[in-house]
Design a protein. Structure first.
Length: 357
């Protein structure tokens, strides 16, 4: 029984599914493409025009959430039902997520203070700055519960998911997944009919159900479910068509219009009986998948560099697509460098230390 593709060993001792790594790259590229198009409008002005079509890139977040749900169940196979499971799970996730996020958050705070000085305190309170490092939804001065790194809103959902997952990992695999599905379903239902205070209002967003999609796919995988090549191809094609046909959803229906196609795409890759042996292009996407977290967090920081250098040297008003392409490529290159020189070495060092405890 062949997997979609296997290469290397993940943090929980489970082989890394290369097809899932490629989907990480696809998700990160989607978000990057959307923001590169937005950067074009911000810098050059004018109407979005054809760049409006890149709005679908926001669905990369939904794909990330489905992948996250899958990976948590898949990679935690050895931790279910163990007394030390919650501690090991949370320490591994913090070692993976926190260092880069904290470093980028510090860089943004220093940038705001260096360029705008006291204006920092017109946006954030000391409590909201601290909350940004704690992955806690907390309002800024304007009342919006955004962290310093605006894209960190997704990590606030991730850490909530991790906390709930850690509490259920004491249970057997099936019971743990079922418990989270019930808890998340109840929270979303409650949030639909009751005005909840922060942070529960934030956590009750229906987007959290996308983690459940991924968990259920991983549960099926661990229990031996597989798709024939033909079935996997049909589901994958339907997922792509679903993304292409989806209207821009509001928050209430996002988990259907973008979440379900994301789940279908993950299922078609993870459950396929095909053994995937990537060529050079596939290996490059695998590298981007490895660097997807760096790409997601670092790319907004690269746009000002492009704006202040190349953007000042050349007039891109007649070729806005070229400016967006340069911004896109710069972000990809910077993220790979960040992954190789910062994220990967620190993560490996922390994981080695955790294995000794």
């Amino acid at each position: 029984m062949a997997e979609s593709a296997v290469g290397g060993v993940g943090e929980g001792g489970s082989p890394t599914l290369k097809s899932i790594q490629v989907l990480r790259a696809v998700a990160a590229i989607g978000v990057l493409t959307l923001h590169a198009a937005t950067e074009k409008v911000t810098f050059l002005g004018g109407e979005p025009g054809p760049f409006r079509n890149f709005l679908l890139g926001a669905a990369g977040v939904d794909l990330f959430f489905v992948i996250s749900g899958f990976v948590m169940v898949y990679s935690s196979e050895s931790l279910f039902g163990r007394a030390d499971g919650p501690r090991k799970f949370l320490s591994r996730r913090l070692a993976r997520i926190a260092p880069l996020y904290w470093a980028v958050t510090v860089a943004i705070i220093l940038y705001i203070y260096a360029v705008h000085g006291a204006k920092l305190w017109e946006i954030y309170t000391p409590a909201s700055l601290i909350a940004s490092f704690l992955f806690w939804p907390y309002p800024r001065v304007d009342g919006y519960a955004f962290p310093v790194h605006l894209l960190g809103w997704t990590l606030n959902y991730e850490m909530f998911f991790y906390a709930v997952f850690a509490g259920t990992i004491l249970l057997p695999r099936r019971a743990a997944v079922a418990t989270i599905v019930v808890v998340f379903g109840a929270l979303v239902t409650l949030g639909r009919y009751v005005t909840l205070p922060l942070p529960f209002q934030f956590w009750a967003n229906s987007i959290i159900l996308e983690f459940c999609y991924g968990m259920l796919i991983a549960l099926a995988y661990r229990e031996g479910a597989r798709l024939s090549p033909t079935t996997a191809s049909i589901i994958g094609a339907a997922a792509v068509a679903g993304f292409a046909a989806a209207a821009t959803p509001n928050g209430e229906w996002r988990m259907l219009f973008w979440g379900l196609p994301g789940a279908a795409l993950v299922a078609s890759c993870a459950l396929s009986e095909i053994t995937w042996r990537p060529g050079p292009v596939g290996r490059f996407f695998g590298l981007l998948g490895d660097a997807s977290y760096s790409l997601y967090l670092v790319h907004p920081l690269t746009f000002p560099l492009v704006r202040w250098t190349i953007g000042r040297w050349f007039d891109f008003s007649q070729v806005p697509w070229l400016y967006a392409a340069i911004a896109w490529l710069t972000a990809v290159a910077a993220s790979i460098v960040c992954y190789l020189l910062f994220e990967r070495p620190i993560t490996r060092a922390l994981q080695r230390r955790l294995r000794r405890t």
